[in-house]
Design a protein around this ligand. Structure first.
Ligand code: PRP
Ligand code: URA
Ligand code: MG
Length: 216
């Protein structure tokens, strides 16, 4: 795994704790209940890190000891947008941090032969252009699916600077393709893998995230 800095990529601190979580979900012998549990823990960390990048405004409160506390409060509205199917696994982690957050969906499927993405539908909040958008998909491999989803958001008037793409594993070439198109979108990730195999799957990767989370 690389720790090289990429511009506009926020890599979670590579602690032993995080490495332990990735070791479990990357292990091919890990069964679905554990895969879900430990993937969810990483997702929660990604959401918390994404929230760190939202703007705040100063706010002073009085504490129970009748003292003033110089704090902050969050500014602006947010929403999540999941790239169906695998991205839906990240919705709960977002809801746990942002109660009753609005969530849009973009259905994109990668063709199994060509690895090229196809867009099937989008359902997004009407006022999405006024919101900060957490784009959710655990895997960034070639970058084609994320780029296609981001194109949809841009067409709906969302500014690149307001999009945060949260993902569990990305490839260097996926980051490069994505940032060549959308340099101002921040990618928040927990792992940058070295490459892709002949089927355009991440290596070392973890296989098909959607299948492991939902099916097998
Ligand atoms: C996976 C993954 C991403 C995409 C990544 O989804 O969730 O959306 O592939 O690959 P890319 O960067 O090369 O485009 P897939 O289309 O397999 O569908 P799924 O969510 O149903 O598993
Ligand atoms: N989709 C996945 O689920 N895994 C990969 O490695 C690539 C695309
Ligand atoms: Mg997908």
């Amino acid at each position: 795994m690389s720790t090289e800095p990429f511009k506009n990529v926020v890599l979670l601190p590579q602690t032993n704790q995080l490495l332990g979580l990735y070791t479990i979900i990357r292990d091919q012998t890990t069964r679905r209940p554990d895969f879900i549990f430990y993937a969810d823990r990483i997702i929660r960390l990604l959401v918390e890190e994404g929230l760190n990048h939202l703007p705040v405004t100063p706010k002073v409160v009085e504490t129970s000891t009748n003292q003033k506390f110089d704090g902050v409060s969050f500014l602006g509205k947010i929403c999540g947008v999941s790239i169906v199917r695998a991205g839906e696994s990240m919705e709960q982690g977002l809801r746990e941090c942002c109660r009753s957050v609005r969530i849009g969906k973009i259905l994109i499927q990668r063709d199994e032969e060509t690895a090229l993405p196809r867009l099937f539908f989008e359902k997004l909040p009407e006022d999405i252009s006024e919101r900060f958008v957490f784009l959710l998909d655990p895997m960034l491999a070639t970058g084609g699916s994320a780029a296609m989803a981001t194109e949809v958001l841009i067409k709906r008037g969302v500014k690149q600077e307001r999009i945060f793409f949260l993902n569990l594993i990305c490839s260097k070439e996926g980051i490069d393709l994505y940032h060549a198109k959308f340099p101002n979108v921040k990618i928040v990730t927990g792992a940058i893998d070295s490459g892709l195999d002949e089927n355009r799957y991440l290596v070392p990767g973890l296989g098909d995230f959607g299948d492991r989370y939902y099916c097998i």
